[in-house]
Design a protein around this ligand. Structure first.
Ligand SMILES: [Zn+2]
Length: 212
């Protein structure tokens, strides 16, 4: 006799970084980061659902003024993924076209820091397999903020005090998809095909990580 067990679908909280009143970085073309984050988060949601994962969107209406509300409303999800687009230090903005690539951040203060890192590494690996490159500059003391590498090859950094990673009650990864103060990179980030490729890579990394 065989008994089939229904396996509950794993759920991913996909967080849209920033909110209407403080929409994040302003891109090279003058577009607020929130708009890019929302478009990519919706694409990530679609790709995760294709892989039979459940998705809970966080902050998609631009209403989350307090960071703690995001992780509070993610409670019960198996993974928290925060979607952002990147900038550079203000004094480096005139050289913004020299900076490009994705970055991933995890916190050692998250209660599931090892699993957070495992998920971030798998997302970075999938992005690299899709020909995206880690930005690397966040590790640099002059060009970035000396954020140490947690997994250098896959573009993962430690950012211990990152609020959405620290306060999460599940593994948490923050994704900076690309540097939108760089006009050429912004054009890529706006391309629906590029966006779908990034979303697919993130979703595949997440699925692999949650199936372990
Ligand atoms: Zn951001």
């Amino acid at each position: 006799m065989t008994i089939a067990f229904a396996v509950a679908a794993r759920e991913v909280a996909v967080d849209v970084g920033h909110y209407a009143a403080e929409p994040g970085v302003i891109s090279a073309s003058g577009t607020p980061e929130f708009e890019y984050n929302l478009a990519l988060a919706l694409a990530v949601k679609a790709e995760l659902e294709k892989l039979n994962l459940k998705v809970r969107l966080i902050g998609e209406r631009g209403q989350y003024a307090k960071l703690g509300w995001r992780t509070r409303d993610a409670q019960g999800a198996d993974l928290f993924v925060s979607i952002h687009h990147d900038s550079v230090k203000e004094r480096l903005l005139p050289r913004a076209n020299e900076f490009s690539g994705f970055s991933l951040f995890v916190s050692r203060l998250n209660p599931f820091s090892a699993q957070s890192l495992a998920c971030a590494s798998l997302i970075g690996k999938r992005l690299r397999e899709s020909d995206f490159k880690p930005s690397r500059y966040h590790a640099d003391p002059a060009l970035g903020e000396s954020r140490p590498f947690a997994d250098e090859a896959n573009g993962v950094h430690y950012y211990d005090n990152l609020a959405v990673a620290r306060s999460a009650t599940m593994p948490s990864v923050l994704v900076e998809a690309g540097v939108i103060v760089n006009a050429a990179e912004e054009a890529k980030m706006r391309d629906p095909e590029v966006r779908a490729t990034i979303a697919r890579a993130i979703a595949e990394g997440v699925r692999e990580c949650l199936s372990k």
